[in-house]
Design a protein around this ligand. Structure first.
Ligand code: C2O
Ligand code: CU
Ligand code: CU
Length: 535
């Protein structure tokens, strides 16, 4: 299943070779040095199951990730708090705090019905600018948290919008230009869950209970100081490649375990990392357990798709069902990221995925231990149809090229440009349909491309690397995770991905959204463009 160390090194050497001698040697020297330091980066033995001793933090009635059913007006405060992410080591983190009905919520899971009208006051109690972006929501640009609307420390911003999206797992995070990577890394992010009839029907059919058998998993890799503090100080290499941490937290829990029963369990997985991609699989001993993909960024798929692995890039969501009745009850199941080639094929560096203590981008990682504790009688079956998803169609729409590459000053760019807050290099007509042709350079990195304001569909993938194309389900090269509504799509080096976009909305006047890479160091470095929808 996983590429051997030798295969990996060969691929990496080939990539580095293609990048020119200097780059190749640089990469090679680094890898030699790491080996001498005793780090076997790509064949790290799977972590011992017994090392997973911290109970997974899950959403409860209040506190960290408390579930907040949004109805009234809320005030969300961004502030620095002390929180023990690592057991017994309180650290300074930046968080969203809400006081409601006598309870305090930290990074609450905001839950609403589709169609709800919301009012949110954002109070920025940080010492620097910030603004909340509702990732994946279809709102007008006043409510989108575009960096243009960032407010300074001490100031507030009022949101008022109707939740037009179908049910799904969306999220919210800061979006001030140049500071997004730092603020997210230091703790600011939360889930935004939309519900509708189809979602409720599924939950009833499978007897799912949020926080118990319907469990969000937010994956975030971080690096800590010896004192347990989060440190965000990207080096030049990390500004170019993205910050990769050596500790992967799930719901801000290090080495977590979850006790569950012999039944179907749902995981709503968000990759909330700044830059790391994951190749998700459930394993038991040496065995891969199949699982069912039931939803993507923009909600449920039409039908469940059985898979054994799926990539998830920064900002993407995968909604999955794991049928533990198919598993051996006596042994723990591990959620892992299998080893893969991270394809850091940049023109000169050819590396940059260094995480300090092993755990390089692409290395095999154990993320969560799942213990099957309870024997229950559970006679439910996954429904044949989950929710209608219209077939993706190009509809004869005009194509727009979106080229991803790096310039000679080592800055990532889109269509040859880096971010200018005042420019609108992409202008589309309200109500128009377009096909965007995302084309990543060969000497590049995987870029998770995110578009604000509109969910889209993936039409096809061409020239995908083998580790991706072998997962394709059809002649269009589509992956299971391409079958639903999306707001973020990973484009690998050399790959071309075509998207169908429909710029229909009910907002009057011009609206300015954005398209950017969701590798947050790339985004902060300017791999971002304004997208104007003209009325
Ligand atoms: Cu999740 Cu513009 O971002
Ligand atoms: Cu977004
Ligand atoms: Cu990028």
């Amino acid at each position: 299943m996983k590429p051997s160390r030798r295969t990996f090194l060969t691929a990496a050497a080939a990539a580095a070779g293609a990048a020119g001698l200097a780059g190749g040697l640089w990469w090679w020297r680094r890898s030699q040095r790491d080996e001498h330091a005793g780090h076997d980066m790509h064949a790290a033995p799977p972590a011992e199951a017994s090392a997973f001793a911290n109970r997974l933090r899950v959403p409860g009635p209040d506190g960290l990730f408390g579930v907040l059913d949004m109805s009234a007006t809320l005030t969300i405060v961004a502030k620095a708090i002390q929180h023990p992410i690592l057991p017994g080591k309180p650290a300074r983190v930046l968080a969203y705090e809400v006081e409601h009905d006598g309870r305090t919520f930290i990074n609450p899971v905001l839950r609403v019905r589709s169609g709800a009208a919301l009012r949110v006051k954002f109070w920025n109690a940080l010492e620097e600018a910030s603004i909340i972006h509702w990732h994946g929501l279809h709102v007008d640009s006043n409510n989108d948290g575009h960096p243009h609307y960032a407010v300074r420390g001490g100031a507030t911003y009022d949101y008022q919008f109707t939740v037009a999206n179908r049910a799904g797992t969306y999220w919210y995070h800061p979006h001030p230009h140049g500071l997004t990577g730092k603020q997210v890394y230091l703790g600011m992010a939360g889930l935004f869950i939309v519900e509708d009839e189809d979602e409720i029907a599924l939950r009833d059919k499978l007897d799912l209970k949020f926080g118990v058998t319907d469990v969000p998993l937010v994956l975030q890799d971080r690096r800590f100081t010896a004192a347990g503090e989060l440190a965000y100080k990207p080096s030049q290499d990390e500004i170019e490649a993205g910050v990769i941490g050596d500790t992967v937290l799930v719901n801000l829990t290090d080495k977590p375990y979850l006790d569950t029963a012999h039944r179907i369990v749902r995981f709503r997985i968000l990759n909330g990392s700044n830059a790391r991609n994951y190749r998700l699989a459930f394993t038991q001993g040496d065995k891969l357990l199949p699982y069912y993909l039931i939803g993507t960024d923009g909600g449920l798929l039409e039908r469940a798709v059985k898979v054994t692995e799926a990539f998830i890039s920064a900002a993407e969501r995968l909604d999955v069902l794991l049928d533990l009745r198919e598993a051996d009850r006596m042994r723990p199941v591990m959620l892992k990221s299998l080893a893969f080639d991270p394809m850091h094929n940049e023109a000169a560096g050819g590396h940059g995925a260094h995480a300090g203590n092993g755990a390089m981008d692409g290395a095999e990682l154990a993320l969560l231990q799942i213990n099957i504790k309870e024997r229950v009688s559970y006679g439910k079956a996954i429904p044949e149809r989950l929710s209608p998803v219209p077939a993706a169609s190009a509809d004869g729409a005009a194509e727009r090229p979106i080229k991803l590459d790096i310039d000679d000053k080592r800055r990532w760019r889109i269509n040859g440009l880096t971010y200018d807050m005042t420019a609108t290099p992409i202008t589309v007509k309200r109500g128009s349909k377009e096909v965007w042709v995302l084309q990543n350079a060969t000497r590049s990195m995987p870029h998770p491309v995110h578009i604000h304001g509109f969910q889209f569909r993936v039409l096809d993938r061409r020239d995908s690397p083998q580790q991706v194309s072998h997962l394709a389900l059809n002649a269009q090269g589509l992956l299971a995770s391409d079958l639903g509504w999306k707001d973020t799509v990973l484009v690998w080096p050399g790959e071309t991905v075509r998207l169908a976009l429909d710029f229909t909305h009910s907002f009057l006047g011009d609206q300015v959204y954005m398209v950017h890479c969701h590798n947050l160091e790339h985004e902060d470095g300017g791999m971002m463009l304004n997208l104007k929808v003209e009325s």
